[in-house]
Design a protein around this ligand. Structure first.
Ligand code: PLP
Length: 393
């Protein structure tokens, strides 16, 4: 009677959500301070001051029909221009406001971009481990989803990408800084990826697009995430302010089509069409304007860095095998037993809520979201230590 595919999707239990809900129940039972919830990527660092200042100023000065009213479907013209100007200055890519589309966060950016690009028979390759929703978004857009695994240190494995990308590939989804591994791909890696995609596009006889999923761009610890349009012409940037400005619940981001992209204007029309058909028009108008005033700013990354250093230092000392995150706010840790779900079950006995890696497209790891208070980390460490003793005596 209903759309069966959608019903199934709605009834499917998200592993992360389930852990989060369990955590809430457990907190009521034994007290919030005794449950160590590392499941969600919900920023705990406050939004920078510029956000509050912009909200106050805009709410006090803008006329009612502007403040909470509709903007153009693609966003307010002055906001699109501010984003384009920022991209030009910050990354040296001359962006046009006509190629910027304001969205409700990275999820909407990706969904719109995939719908704009996807024709019958097209395939999209994600670099795994990765955000589980890539599969959902790709398949909902009518595409076929495929993955290319990273190497052992979670960096690009060019041979694996070479094998995964073929004549049906329309796009490759790259997310750096990465959820769930914290890896930031280097300039050398991106140059090699760009060369590979150029060769593959030639073999195919039509462009293969790079979809740059960028919600963590500003959250880096010494490393710098290369700006993909500088290295590969056929790039669509899917940006979000959810993590950089701690605005995840406000649902705000943008798509920027690289002006050097093949058929950039037509592609942008397809972006507008996809936004229209999906109902993703006119992103939240107040937050469009707030973000336009906070471009290039971010929440205090030093707090995440402190968490990263403390957790990584302690966990490796206890005997766990972790990849040192260079960005985002996730620590990817090898499960000390092959079945990561079994390990997470064991961790739960210590009130440690971790996410098994299976849903990210790889087995045998857990993701630890360290966008939590320092107090949570300090209180959790003895539990991690006791857990470690069960495996490394
Ligand atoms: N892409 C990645 C890699 C993410 O980790 C997330 C959220 O966690 C998203 C996209 C979706 O972000 P948004 O909340 O801006 O829709």
């Amino acid at each position: 009677m209903f759309n069966e595919k959608m019903q199934k999707l709605g009834e499917e239990r998200s592993v992360i959500r389930e852990i989060f809900e369990y955590g809430n129940v457990r907190k009521r039972e034994i007290g919030a301070g005794n449950v160590f919830d590392f499941s969600l990527g919900n920023p705990n660092v406050p939004a920078p001051d510029c956000v509050r200042e912009a909200i106050v100023r805009l709410t006090e000065t803008l006329p009612a029909e502007t403040l909470h009213g509709y903007t153009s479907a693609a966003g307010a013209p002055e906001v699109r221009k501010a984003v384009a100007d920022y991209i030009g200055t910050a990354f040296g890519v001359p962006m046009s406001a006509d190629l910027v589309y304001m969205t409700c966060g990275a999820a909407a950016s990706l969904t719109i971009a995939l719908n704009a690009l996807c024709e019958a028979g097209d395939e999209f390759v994600a670099i795994a481990p990765c955000f589980p929703e890539y599969r959902v978004f790709t398949e909902a857009a009518g595409g076929k989803y495929a993955e290319a695994r990273t190497d052992g240190s979670f960096h690009l494995d060019l041979a694996a990408i070479d094998r995964a990308v073929g004549t049906r590939t329309k796009g490759v989804i790259v997310n750096s800084p990465n959820n769930p591994t914290g890896a930031v791909y280097s300039e050398r890696e991106i140059e090699a990826l760009a060369a590979l995609l150029e060769r593959k596009s030639k073999e195919k006889g039509s462009p293969i697009f790079l979809i740059a999923d960028e919600p963590y761009r500003e959250l880096v610890y010494g490393a710098e995430a290369p700006y993909l349009p500088r290295y590969y012409a056929n790039t669509v940037v899917c940006y979000s302010f959810s993590k950089s400005l701690s605005l995840a619940g406000e649902r705000i981001g943008y798509i920027a089509v690289n002006p050097a992209c093949a058929g950039a204007r037509e592609l942008f029309s397809a972006v507008c069409g996809a936004g229209r058909s999906l109902g993703y028009v006119c992103a939240p108008s107040l937050f469009q304007r707030v973000c336009a005033e906070c471009l290039g700013k971010s929440s205090d990354v030093a707090v995440y860095r402190k968490n990263r250093d403390r957790l990584y230092g302690a966990l490796t000392e206890y005997g766990f095998d972790c990849a040192l995150p260079q960005g985002a706010f996730y620590l990817f840790m090898k499960s000390p037993e092959p079945d990561a779900k079994a390990f997470c079950k064991r961790a739960k006995e210590y009130e440690l809520l971790l996410v098994p890696s299976d849903s990210f497209g790889i087995e045998g790891y857990v993701r630890i979201s360290y966008c939590v208070s320092q107090e949570t980390i300090e209180r959790a460490l003895p539990a991690f230590e006791r857990l470690a003793k069960e495996y490394f005596r």
